[in-house]
Design a protein around this ligand. Structure first.
Ligand code: E4P
Length: 218
């Protein structure tokens, strides 16, 4: 399973990239707004930190505007993935960009039917939002299972399922058990995956015993 981080905070991205566990980055207009920076500057900086796919979302809502914005975004770096909303215009733009060899991420997916459309439009990634479905009393992970089952039925569908709106480690584990290709994680969720109290307790005990030996490895 690939791990992307869902943030436009370049300090966070730099720190997490050092782990060697980061396969890509996703941003959205809200995350860019939170960064307080200009989108072109932030995306360029992220692309220089992380060699994997970096999603940059268009703000236009009609086809021509989306393509104009996509041309600007994809000129930033080879690893820019143009993020498009799951709308008729977004999927039309997805098909155009996919045919031109540009990576795409179709976002705001809330149904299996929508995911199937994104795959038929040639999306590199489709982003079902599990947390936002959970928020309204639906099981977001059921959607991931449905999409993976559908995609598995057709060799021609190459779109990767990018689990988005992840809120906690259980989302990550459940998505991995289902075989989702990618999860995009807020930095805090990614960091929380390391934690287990028995790891901390065990390490403290080993170090205490080691200190008693008076030895040094180097
Ligand atoms: C995905 O690409 C989105 O940016 C993100 O996962 C949305 O998460 P949220 O529902 O926590 O805003």
């Amino acid at each position: 399973m690939k791990f992307f981080v869902d943030t436009a905070d370049t300090a966070e991205i730099t720190a997490l990239a050092a782990s060697g566990l980061l396969d890509g980055v996703t941003t959205n207009p809200s995350l860019i707004a939170k960064s307080g920076r200009k989108i072109l500057d932030v995306i360029a900086e992220i692309c220089a930190i992380v060699p994997g796919p970096v999603s940059a979302e268009v703000a236009a809502t009609e086809y021509d505007g989306m393509i104009r914005e996509a041309n600007v975004l994809r000129a930033i770096a080879k690893n820019v993935t143009v993020k498009l909303p799951l709308t008729p215009d977004g999927l039309r733009a997805c098909r155009t960009l996919a045919d031109q060899g540009t990576m795409t991420n179709v976002t705001l997916c809330f149904s299996a039917a929508q995911a199937l459309l994104a795959a038929k439009a040639g999306a590199t990634f489709v982003s079902p939002f599990v947390g936002r479905l959970d928020d309204i009393g639906q099981n977001g992970m059921d959607l991931i299972a449905d999409i993976l089952q559908i995609f598995d039925n057709y060799d021609a569908l190459k779109t990767e399922v990018l689990v988005a709106s992840v809120r906690h480690p259980i989302h990550v584990i459940e998505a991995a058990k289902l075989g989702a290709h990618v999860a995009t994680l807020p930095p805090a969720v990614l960091r929380s995956l390391y934690s287990h109290p028995l790891t901390d307790k065990g390490l403290a005990s080993f170090l205490a015993d080691w200190a008693k030996t008076g030895q040094s490895i180097t």
